[in-house]
Design a protein around this ligand. Structure first.
Ligand code: ZN
Length: 252
C-alpha cells in the first residue's frame, strides 16, 4: 500500500515551504485537524518536539496557524488554532505550507549536537544512551554512566566542541531491518526495542563519530551547530546520569 501523505522532512530537512492539497479536515471534538497530501512538518518524537507554522490557502490567501503536528493512525496530522470565525480549509483546497523555520532550524542544530554528545560519550566512555529531550537551543541526554563526574563533564564538553568544529557531514540512510541489525553500533540505541512490524530503519550518521537509528531532523554538517555548553549534570540513580547542554550561539 502506498502512503497517501508525502512526508518530506525525513528526506529533506531543509524544505521550509511547499505546495500541498488538503485531503481531510476534522473538527468534531478538540482542535481542528488537517491532513495534507504532502507535508514538511515533523510530527514530534525521539525527544524532538513537533514543528509549528502556517497553512495558507492559494485561492484567497486565508491562513491558519499550525500549532503542532502529530502522527495519528500512521499519518501526519496538522493541529490548527481554532479560528474565531470557525472557517476551516476544505478537502481539495490547494495550500502553501510554511514551517516556522527559525524554530525548526534551532531544533535541527540542537538535535545534531545531542548526537555529537552521544557519539563522544559512547566512543570515549562506553556509556549507553537511555533517553533524551530537547527544545530549540537546549537539550538533555540520559546515560548509563556510573563514573560520570563534574571533571568529566568539562572534558566531554571540550571533546564535543572539538568534534563539531571538524565539520563532519551528517548523513541520512534508510536500511532494511536486517541490514540495520547487522551494524553493531546501532544496538546501543536499543534498535532491538523497535516494533516487529517496522521493515525500514532510518539511520543518522555523523560521519566518523556517531551512527544511530533515528526519526528526527538534523543539519547536514556539524559546522552548522556551532558550539555547545554543558549547563548541568545530575544523578538519576547510581548508574543513570543526565547531561544538559545548550547551543552557545543560538542566533547563528
Ligand atoms: Zn536523534
Amino acid at each position: 500500500m502506498t502512503a497517501r501523505v508525502d512526508e518530506v522532512c525525513y528526506r529533506d530537512a531543509y524544505a521550509r515551504t511547499a505546495e500541498a492539497r488538503v485531503l481531510e479536515v476534522a473538527s468534531a471534538d478538540g482542535p481542528p485537524l488537517v491532513v495534507l497530501d504532502s507535508t514538511l512538518f515533523y510530527p514530534g518524537g525521539g525527544g524532538q518536539p513537533s514543528d509549528r507554522g502556517l497553512i495558507l490557502r492559494a485561492a484567497d490567501g486565508r491562513s491558519w496557524t499550525v500549532r503542532a503536528a502529530k502522527r495519528i493512525g500512521g499519518e501526519i496530522v496538522h493541529e490548527l488554532d481554532a479560528p474565531d470565525d470557525g472557517e476551516l480549509p476544505a478537502a481539495g483546497d490547494r495550500v502553501r505550507i510554511d514551517v516556522e523555520w527559525a524554530r525548526r532550524y534551532a531544533l535541527m542544530r540542537t538535535h545534531t549536537a545531542l548526537h555529537a554528545l552521544c557519539g563522544v560519550v559512547w566512543r570515549d566512555y562506553g556509556a549507553l544512551v537511555t533517553g533524551g529531550n530537547m527544545e530549540p537551543g537546549a537539550g538533555r541526554m540520559d546515560f548509563e554512566f556510573e563514573t560520570m563526574s563534574g571533571d568529566l563533564v568539562g572534558e566531554i564538553e571540550a571533546k564535543v566542541n572539538d568534534e563539531l568544529r571538524h565539520a563532519r557531514d551528517v548523513r541520512v540512510n534508510v536500511l532494511p531491518r536486517d541490514e540495520a541489525f547487522a551494524i553493531p553500533d546501532l544496538i546501543r540505541t536499543r534498535i532491538n526495542l523497535l516494533p516487529e512490524g517496522i521493515e525500514q530503519i532510518r539511520t543518522i550518521e555523523i560521519v566518523g563519530l556517531d551512527l544511530q537509528a533515528d526519526g528526527g531532523t538534523h543539519v547536514a554538517n556539524t559546522s552548522e551547530v556551532g558550539g555547545i555548553r554543558v549547563t548541568g549534570y545530575e544523578s538519576k540513580g547510581r548508574i543513570n546520569k543526565r547531561i544538559r547542554l545548550e547551543l552557545t550561539d543560538p542566533e547563528a
